[in-house]
Design a protein around this ligand. Sequence first.
Ligand code: MN
Length: 314
Amino acid sequence: MSGPIDPRSADCTNEAFPGVEVREGRSAEVGGMGITRVLPTKGRRTVGAWCFVDLMTPHDIENPLPLEIGPHPHIGLQTVTWLFSGTALHSDSLGTEQLIRPGELNLMTSGGGIAHAELGMAADPVGSPVGDFAGAQMWIALPESSRHGTPDFQHVSSLPMAELAGGEAHLLIGELAGAVSPARADTPLVGAEVRFGAAIDIPAVPSFEYAVVPLDRRLLVHDTIVEPGSLALVPPGRDGIHVAVQGGSARALVLGGEPLGEPIQMWWNFVARTKDEITDAWRAWQQRDTDRFGPVPSHLDRIEAPRPPWVPGD
Ligand code: MN
């Protein structure tokens, strides 16, 4: 599950912000799914090392298409897959074939190059693919020390829970309230899904910046209203984040980390530091360079990359 980054995103930079700010996501369709992309967004490329957040629901709830995203490459990032409903089969060029269900985590570390495919499944894996599927796919930019490194895939079938004041959190990655996720993290960061009744206090690391992404209800992040489909940005300097909801319970993603401290380039499914690095990866994929991007065990059609706008045509 991945949404290609469009050219507009390639030029966005991080602007400083003094208090909690809200950014509206934008909608698109990827692989039969309706997606809302809340990061990157206007004036904000990264939150910690988090550089991409897509929320996925069937594009047509009445007649859902099966999720089918054929083999495509990644560099310079980790993909974090977290489902709200349905089942999907992840296949990658390491030879991995892994089902994922709600409550489980798929974490794929591209290093210098990996290719993968995603297929929505019926609840019974022997059934035909269906579209009863919703979830989040997020990307984490890798630091210099691992972004050219060996690719890796990790499936975590049971995540730690953190008990918080007013609710609880599934801890996807990082540490929260004494809980530690087994997921591989190459930079100081945290990712969690919080569930709460009226209000929740989420411990924060003062050197981290954060994003709060409502999943089902309008929330109040400190004194700022944020609607589902939008993202609340919380600047560094706090030791806690207060989130409230009126009249019921709510769920939200909380993502944070040390500000990345260096600009990144994102284009299509690639995260890099220069356009030349992206051009090299694009060429390797188009030329079917199996040293860089090995074959994926999937019957789905391979996804061809568009030509980067800065590469002259033939
Ligand atoms: Mn992908």
